[in-house]
Write a protein that binds this ligand. Structure first.
Ligand code: NAD
Length: 250
């Protein structure tokens, strides 16, 4: 897939799925704005892209902050003139807790990052895309937009909310040439998983959820994001695309 001179924004671009899609878009010829709260890791990711001959910039942003998101999109447009593609991807998982045991502060943080910030990024991106006559948004939802994992109520609920935002906005803006879809990955080997305190106990259980008998790799997700962002997906609006080794087909 070629994205020569397309302008792409990736949030959560310092690590995992976002870093991989930012690199893949840059390899395919796009101008890529990387955004992440992690300044060091974001700069490292930018350096890797530039070392490979890619064209990119990094901005340290907390996606939960409306003004920072508005300014991120304004800066992208100031630099490169437009905003063709957004991979709206930043997210956090939270720890294991049954619903009644979830700590309020953690609940609020997961809602802020996984739900409100996804809407903020859509809001400012769609405003720009309407001005320029169209664009594409790929939200990172989850297999947990379609099913649930006990012990992860705020994560499950916010990922269900991303599915709702995706479908609503896709219907609203289909006639304005703004295509909006979401990917629903199963469990993918990234820092989100590896940083969990209970990772050793969790891994065999999570692997068993996937009929394919293994977890996913970031590159398997990246290919779906690029395809959804490409013209090959021109009739895709409001789809929740599962990339989950068969987990949610059961
Ligand atoms: N790894 C999985 O198994 C899996 C499965 C389904 C969906 N997802 C989703 O994929 C997306 C990417 O996750 P990942 O697995 O690559 O995890 P990751 O932890 O490797 O990457 C997430 C990135 O988001 C950034 N981020 C977190 N809070 C932020 C904030 N407030 N502002 C800006 N950036 C922020 C982090 O710094 C990090 O770089 C998330 O939305 C996650 O929910 C992951």
């Amino acid at each position: 897939m070629q994205f020569k001179d397309k302008v792409v924004l990736v949030t959560g671009a310092a690590s995992g799925i976002g870093a991989a899609t930012a690199q893949a878009f840059a390899r395919a010829g796009a101008w890529v704005m990387l955004a992440d709260i992690s300044d060091d890791q974001g700069q490292q990711c930018l350096a890797q892209i530039e070392a490979a001959g890619g064209r990119a910039a990094f901005r340290a942003v907390d996606v939960t902050q409306a003004e920072q998101m508005r300014e991120l999109i304004a800066e992208t447009v100031r630099r490169w003139g437009r905003l063709d593609i957004v991979h709206n991807n930043a997210g956090i998982s939270g720890g294991y807790a049954l619903t009644a045991d979830v700590v309020e502060a953690e609940f609020d943080q997961i809602v802020a990052v996984n739900f409100k910030a996804v809407w903020l990024c859509m809001k400012y991106s769609i405003e720009q895309m309407l001005k320029q006559g169209g664009g594409v948004i790929v939200n990172t939802a989850s297999a947990l937009s379609l099913t649930v994992l006990p012990g992860s109520a705020p994560y499950n609920a916010t990922k269900h909310a991303v599915a709702g935002l995706t479908k609503t906005a896709a219907v609203e803006y289909a006639r304005h040439n703004v295509r909006i879809n979401a990917i629903c990955p199963g469990v993918i080997r990234t820092a989100m998983l590896q940083n969990r305190l209970d990772v050793d106990e969790l891994l065999p259980k999570l692997t068993a959820l996937h009929p394919v008998g293994r977890l996913g790799e970031v590159d398997e997700v990246t290919q779906a994001v690029l395809w959804l962002a490409s013209d090959a997906a021109s009739f895709m609006h409001g789809s929740l695309v599962s990339i989950d080794g068969g987990w949610t087909a059961q």
